[in-house]
Ligand binder design. Sequence first.
Ligand SMILES: [Zn+2]
Length: 581
Amino acid sequence: NNDDELNKALATWAVSHNISRTACNELLKILKQYTSHNLPTDARTLLKTPRKTQHISKICEGEYLYFGLNDIIQKMLLKDNNTYVNLLINIDGLPLSKSSQASLWTILCSNTVNKTVYLVGAYFGYKKPTDSNIFLRALVDDLINFTNNGYIYNESIIKIRLFGLICDAPAKSFVLCVKGHTGFYSCTKCVIKGKYINGRVCFPYKKTFPSRKDELFSANTYQDFQIGFSILNNIPGFLPISSTPLDYMHLICLGVVKKIILLWIKGPLNVRLSISSINKISHLLILLKNSTPNDFVRKPRSLKDVKQWKAIEFRNFLLYTGPIVLRHILKPDIYLHFLTLHIAVTILIRSNLNEELINFAESLLNHFVISFEILYGKQYMSHNIHNLLHICSDVRTYGPLDNFSAFRFENYMASIKKRLRKNEKSLQQLYKRYNEIENCNSFLSSINNETLNSYKYLHNNGPVPDNYNIQLQYLMMSNEKFNIKCKGQNNNCCLLKSGQYVLILNIVQKNKDFLLIGKKLKYIKDVYESPYKSSDLNIKVMTVNNDSIFSWPITDLLGKAWKIPFGNHANTFAIFPLNHT
Ligand SMILES: [Zn+2]
């Protein structure tokens, strides 16, 4: 009934905007006073906050809460009815405050079909769990059970397996019981021995290095690398080396990209930029705020804040803004080197990957690593730079980089962390917030038909092609992936399935069909031509063809693009298709 829907809608609003209990109670009071709706008086009733917390156990000098995989697998199957579930597990430590050592160690879960994230378990303590095998015990038991027996759903047996374990380097060394990423033999993928240069362990380029083998790892044979036996090895089908891919969020965005920017700011003289060059880049980045599509949660910031940049800001710099703001400012060889990484990652992030493209990206990354040593120096050949040599073999197993990146888990934990109000009773709070979020998610998935386009903001202002008998005109269209807004300049540049870039000026309904009305963009030149032509990646310098207006069926739409002002001409833009997910 109506009041029930209102209750759910209010709960969803309160949870998604992280409304405090006091504020929510006051709103309920007002609504009860001035309307006749049947509403609860207490926010906890509205949000279905559990009154009691599931059993919290004491392990490893801390507290531990385990939700288990059973309910999660069921929710996954409700979303995508499949004959198998390939689980992705993320384990990470999260400091809870700057003032104390309090931290959460979470176990999160997702799968290869859907990017939704679930909480499997969490540990709270004032240091990390003393024994990773005790911390992992419940998870490993669950995984062994479901891998061996499958999951019964709609009277059939669904195959379950742990497909990938996605962790940053410290978490990976913790759960796999191997030496930390500062050790001489710390590469998880090969047996290269690091060198000690200028106070740190570095990995100068070497053409061949034997890969680590899953069976040798499981047999605990890497004495200089393994410091114990991880019970993860007991999970059937789990390969300790191949099933723990390198995550590009930590490795490339927070690792390599951040490192090279910091070297431009305060590295060796041959690569360091002058203060005026840094200011110029910052100025250009800030200008790009005005053209940023709403698909980006964070707008470009000055290089002065680079230490505070989040992973997605480094990603956006690498994929979109860097090639524009660095042109004619970096020395040609340094710029070309940056483009090598930009092109390789742009290729590896896209869904149209094939073996030939992966091989090409791999050769670019190989070249990037060799040149890095020459341009920046041996002493900066870190663990992350070295690991660029390995990431393509993970792409061969897992597909495009975002299929196995930590982004979805990181976003999820950021939203959870925001909801934990005090440092005390963190697991109790976590339990309650998780249940509130899950209640709302089940409500949202019951009302959302995500595959449909929706149209908003009727108007009568055109433009409409001559001789068109138009019923309705709209300013905005949205679907589950993005929205297009005809007003303004930032959210109307689109790529059609034909490969044509267009500017959408109107969205109209003609009979039962929806049409996009707009202008075509015309190719002028490539944004860069070496080491690979940007137009081969669909990145082009273009201008708006001012003469005529065209219409295209809405089904021709492929995706959005970022239209970045280019050079000094008012009507000239660098066009980047949006590829990140
Ligand atoms: Zn290696």
